[in-house]
Design a protein around this ligand. Structure first.
Ligand code: ADP
Ligand code: MG
Length: 322
């Protein structure tokens, strides 16, 4: 049973960046306005996320580490309308089962904080702790008890790069939240709470912003907004293609195809377009529960979504659609 849960954990927590993504989503779901990430050795030694969100009550601390315990949905109907980034209730339990995890949290009204310590599948202890309102999750020595998974880790730089990607995606999706990323004792990225436009510029750079158009389209219950680079923009080596559906970073073939088509006749050579796009639609019309990592989605009316994205981009790129 422990073994099975550790195998399942490997599915959710493929590498340190997957754990970081889940921790960041939890902080954002908790309504935090400041989130701080501290990493050591690409997240392999330490992943620490500190937030000022609503915290966890003492009696819920244990539950937070229990598989399939989520405070975010109560029923299957809720799943149709899911507004939070998390809802499966398996991330923290998975992470804790394959690391040494310290969870410290305090709700604003509580007298003090509580801390729960878990070491792999060993039992846990709860003790009083000192902390202002919010939550700190410290994940030490990820995969310490799953050597097979540990073998798949790449170099510190590679793992850090993946962590940075996870950080960037959440930061792009929540411009109203301040973020800080530190690695091996050095501040890497500091982002003040800002407008969406400024957040995108802070992350993709002034050059991208100067050569992009701001796009905002609304039609038939679909809304698309964001920044998309002019076809002449020379992207940097880093991949600069971001799509979010209802505030969640996704990789979606249908959307990618619609964007590619819109760029196709204005792009020359093998340049890749750069964009940060946010699609919003009724959550009931999109299934986000396709894969544990929640980066895949299914649209109920996929053709309408494809058409809408294609036409919106085509228009933004200064072309009139035939
Ligand atoms: P999910 O996010 O899918 O609900 P998780 O395993 O990620 O499941 O988290 C379990 C529960 O722990 C959440 O439902 C939430 O109640 C609580 N939790 C986790 N992280 C935080 C946090 N940073 N702030 C407040 N509550 C949290
Ligand atoms: Mg979660």
């Amino acid at each position: 049973d422990q073994l099975i849960s550790q195998i399942a954990a490997g599915e959710v927590v493929e590498r340190p960046a997957s754990a970081l993504k889940e921790l960041l989503e939890n902080s954002v779901d908790a309504g935090s306005t400041q989130v701080q990430v501290t990493l050591q050795q690409g997240g392999m030694k330490l992943l620490k996320v500190t937030d000022n969100g609503h915290g966890i009550a003492k009696e819920d601390l244990e539950l937070a580490l229990t598989r399939h315990a989520t405070s975010k949905i109560q029923s299957l109907e809720d799943l149709e309308q899911v507004g939070s980034l998390g809802f499966r209730g398996e991330a923290l339990a998975s992470i804790a089962s394959i690391s040494r995890t310290l969870l410290t949290s305090r709700q604003a009204a509580a007298n003090h904080a509580w801390q729960i310590a878990v070491e792999g599948t060993q039992g846990h202890t709860i003790s009083p702790a000192a902390l202002d309102a919010g939550t700190i999750v410290e994940v030490h020595d990820l995969y310490f008890n799953t050597p097979a998974r540990r073998k798949f880790l790449k170099t510190e730089n590679t793992e850090f790069g993946h962590c940075e990607d996870a950080f960037t995606r959440v930061a792009l999706s929540r411009p109203n939240v301040g973020f800080l990323l530190q690695h091996n004792g050095k501040a890497i990225t500091r982002l003040a709470a800002n407008t969406p436009q400024q957040r995108i510029t802070d992350i993709l750079g002034n050059e991208f912003a100067a050569q992009s158009v701001w796009l905002e389209e609304d039609s038939g219950g679909l809304r698309l907004w964001g920044m998309t680079a002019s076809p002449t923009y020379q992207r940097h080596s880093r991949d600069s293609q971001y799509v979010f559906v209802n505030g969640r970073f996704v990789r979606d073939k249908l959307i990618a195809h619609a964007i590619k088509q819109a760029y196709q006749d204005v792009l020359h050579g093998d340049k890749h377009p750069a964009f940060v796009l946010f699609l919003e639609l009724d959550p009931a019309l999109v299934d986000v529960n396709v894969h544990p990592a929640k980066t895949e989605v299914r649209f109920r009316e996929s053709q309408a979504v494809h058409r809408f994205i294609f036409h919106s981009l085509h228009k933004a790129l200064g072309k009139t659609s035939a």
